[in-house]
Every structure is written in C-alpha cells, then in structure tokens.
Design a protein around this ligand. Structure first.
Ligand code: 5AD
Ligand code: SF4
Length: 448
C-alpha cells in the first residue's frame, strides 16, 4: 500500500528477472554491460522495462552498480524539484566514474529528458544522449540496434512473463493543472485501442502473469471508439485474475466504475483518487475542474460499493495563494474521507507551469507545519481503519518474496499492504490472520 510521504509516490518495483552481474555465466559474449536507474512513477518503471529489453537485445548484460557498467541509463522523473536534484547527484557521481575510466557512456531518458532544462544538464554533465518520453526508439540506435523508426506508442508490449505486469492504456494528459509539468513533458492524451490492451493481457496471463496494473496519468479519462474506461476495466477483469489501475482524475471517475470495483471479484478494491486540496478556491486556482463536495460524493459511492476497500489520494500543501482557511478545508476533507493512505507533497515550483509564476508563495515553515498537520490527519484515519482489519482471515497475494529478515510483502483483496510470515513464491496466494496493524501496513500470520 502507499505510504504517506513527501517523496516520489511509487517505489520502483523489484523485477523478478535477475540482472546478470559482470562476468557471470549468463553475461553475453560481447561482455558489454549496462545499468538502468529508474526514478519516479510507475510509468517510468514500465518504460525502463522496455529499455531493459532493448539493451538485452543489443547484447548488454544488466548490472546493478554504476562502476560495473559501460553504459548507464538514467530514466528520470521531473514532477518535483528535488527529483532533479537527486538526478544531478547521480550525474556528478557518473562523471567521477567516467574520469576514472569506468563508466563510458551515459544516457538520460524520461521526463527530465523531455524538459527544457535537459539541455543545460547535458552540457554541464557531458551526457552522451538525452531523450524525452516520445523518442525512446532513438536509444535503440544508440545501443547499436538496427534503427527502429517507431515512435513511443502505447502499442509496445508491457512486462511479460512476470507474475505482475504493468500495462499502459493511455499516455499524456489533457488537463492543465496549474502546478503540473506532465502535460508539457508527456504531451496530450493518447489512448490505446481496447483490443490491443485486452489482447496483450491475454498473452501476459497465458505467460504466467497473475496481476495486471493498468497504467496512465488519468486512466479513467480513457476513451476509444465510443468505449469508456469502465468498459475497458470490465473487459480486463474478465481475462486477468487480478486487476488494479492507477492513477485517476476525479472529474472522469464514473459511479459505474466505482461500483464495478465493488462488484467484480478480480478487481482489487483499492482506489487512488488524487484530490490535491479540500478548498474549492484552491481547486479552482489549480484548474482541477471539480469542487470538494463532488469529490466527497464520489468517495461515498466508493465506500458504499466497497466498504472494506482502501482509498488513497494525493494532496499538495503550500500551493501559491493557499491560505490558512484553505488549509483548514483540506484538513476537514481529510477527516471526512477517512483515507487509508496518502501521498502528501509540498508544492514545488516547476518552470513552465502556471503556478511557478503565481504570487502568494507560502513560507517554508508554514508549508512544513501544514504538511505535518495533513500527515497527522491521514495517519489518524489510516491507523483507525487498519485496526478494523485485526482478527480477519484474509487471502493475501504475495507480491515480493521473503527478504533476509523473513518479511514477505503481500496485498489483500481490499488493497491493504501486509507483512506476512511465509516463503511462498511471488504471484501465489496465502491465507493468513491479521494479527496487528500500524498506520501503513498490516501484519499477518499464516494459520496452522
Ligand atoms: N509540486 C508538488 N506536487 C506536485 N505534484 C505534481 N506536480 C507537483 C508540484 N509541482 C503531485 C500531485 C500529483 C502527484 C503525482 O504529484 O499531487 O497528483
Ligand atoms: Fe498533472 Fe493534472 Fe494531468 Fe494529473 S491531471 S498529470 S496533475 S495535469
């Protein structure tokens, strides 16, 4: 489950295909090595999977450490300023390794690559290749594959042969939220045809995939030839044994979809619906296109459809112009919606967005206090709701195999993250009793 954080919302998902270390028996004869680092959201994790296949096709072995790599690819995120700072740290380190004659070439892809700032980064850090999000095919040429003139389209297959797969159903975004750089770097919405999505999922499931996540910036805005997102979700839920989707926009979220989550056995009862603020005034400034009460109403439909389900959101604190009154309204919404988790973000000005030039900058100390107040509200409801699960016997999908300290991470059908004492393989189910609960995670024990 999501943790409450001010950081980039989604942690990279460990890939089950183990990278070959340099010199290991399965390293290709060419001896070329490459290291891919992924920053940011699940879209990037997914794009990295494609990049991974390209470098493997080009005869590179994947390694984990920069110092073992001939080629390093940084697949980046641009959503907040600290994301750029983190990447700069990595670029500095790579330049040092280059001077020592280790890393030979560096490529930067993803959202920073698509931003204007990438030019100055390329000059400062001598980056060999900078690519945006729409021309990933150029990487093929760079790594020595025959030139592929396909553009970045959602047509390319997702991760195959894994127990969990991410399937992109749309790219880009047609909204213009005041603070958001995504429409600039990812472009306008493109939806992938229904048959293409369902066909890919059928192939994935035949190859062993047990869990499919539908991906996109606003998946619920998906439309294709008269079909809407709920039609696609229903079709997918017929062919996949377990389905989830992220991320959604409240203006597109239909009651029908919320009810399908509750009704369909194969859909995980977990909704991520970013609200950003509880103040109608701020929602207007942000161009979100809905009012707080409309959001509340959607949540009540979801709660009714899936009372055990989990609800998460994104909240921005300290957007320019946010007053104490606006903040209080966000706290009220947090209390009313009883979120199970949230990603809380301190506003970060992104050059090229409307909000970057707005007056009414909120002082850091005020932002910090508001951040903590929202966090406290979220943790309060998350803890209380998690406590209700204690004593339940649950079917748990094993997501990641046991770590060294014996922790296996799984997910209930209600979308709760669970630590469970099992060495069951990822992609399988175990039945366990929930013994205790914290604000972020449940703890379960296998029944004897
Ligand atoms: N500052 C802070 N948070 C942001 N987000 C997007 N852009 C910004 C920004 N400039 C947050 C939003 C979005 C999530 C993915 O990141 O809450 O839903
Ligand atoms: Fe950004 Fe708004 Fe589009 Fe989400 S809906 S990607 S916040 S512009």
């Amino acid at each position: 489950m999501n943790s409450t954080t001010s950081e980039v919302p989604t942690a990279p998902i460990p890939l089950s295909r183990k990278p070959s270390e340099r010199g290991s028996p399965d390293a290709p004869a060419s001896g070329k090595t490459a290291c891919i680092r992924t920053f940011g959201c699940q879209m990037n994790v997914h794009d990295s999977d494609r990049i991974r296949r390209m470098i493997q096709d080009a005869g590179y072995a994947e390694v984990q450490r920069y110092e073992d790599a001939d080629l390093v690819i940084l697949n980046t995120c641009y959503v907040r300023e600290n994301a750029v700072d983190r990447v700069k740290g990595h670029l500095g380190e790579l330049n040092r390794l280059r001077r020592e004659g280790r890393v030979k070439r560096v490529a930067l892809t993803g959202c920073i690559g698509a931003a204007e700032e990438s030019q100055s980064l390329q000059e400062t850090y001598n980056i060999d290749l900078v690519l945006g999000t729409h021309n990933t095919y150029e990487l093929a040429e760079f790594v020595g594959l025959p030139t592929m003139r396909e553009t970045y389209t959602p047509e390319l297959p997702g991760t195959e042969g894994e127990h969990s797969a991410f399937v992109t159903i749309m790219t880009g975004c047609n909204y213009q939220c005041s603070y958001c750089i995504v429409p600039t770097v990812r472009g306008r919405m493109t939806c992938r045809p229904m048959e293409s999505v369902v066909g890919e999922i059928e192939r994935l499931v035949a190859g062993g995939t047990r869990y499919v996540t539908l991906l996109g910036q606003t998946v619920d805005a998906w439309r294709y030839e008269g079909k809407r997102f709920c039609d696609l979700l229903e079709a997918v839920s017929e062919v996949a044994p377990r389905v989830w989707f992220t991320t959604s926009h409240p203006s597109n979220m239909e009651d029908r979809t919320l009810r399908a989550i509750g009704e369909r056995d194969t859909i995980v009862k977990r909704l991520h619906l970013p609200v950003q603020s509880g103040s109608d005034r701020m929602l207007k400034v942000m161009h979100r296109g809905y009012k707080a009460d409309r959001y509340r109403r959607k949540i009540s439909v979801f709660r009714e459809a899936a009372p055990e389900g989990t609800l998460s959101t994104d909240i921005i604190v300290g957007h320019p112009g946010e007053t104490e009154e606006d903040h209080q309204q966000t706290l009220q919404l947090v209390e009313d919606c009883e979120f199970d988790s949230a990603y809380i973000f301190k506003f970060s000005p992104r050059r090229g967005t409307e909000a970057a030039d707005l007056p009414g900058v909120v002082p850091d100390a005020v932002v910090q206090r508001r951040f903590l107040e929202v966090l406290r509200g979220i943790e309060h409801s998350a803890f209380r709701r998690n406590q209700r699960k204690v004593g339940n016997i649950e079917e748990i999908f094993v997501r990641h195999g046991a770590t060294e300290d014996g922790k296996t991470i799984g997910e209930t059908w209600s979308g709760h993250a669970v630590h469970v004492d099992t060495d069951a393989a990822p992609g399988t189910y175990v039945t366990a009793t929930i013994e205790s609960a914290g604000p972020h995670v449940l703890y379960a024990r296998i029944r004897n």
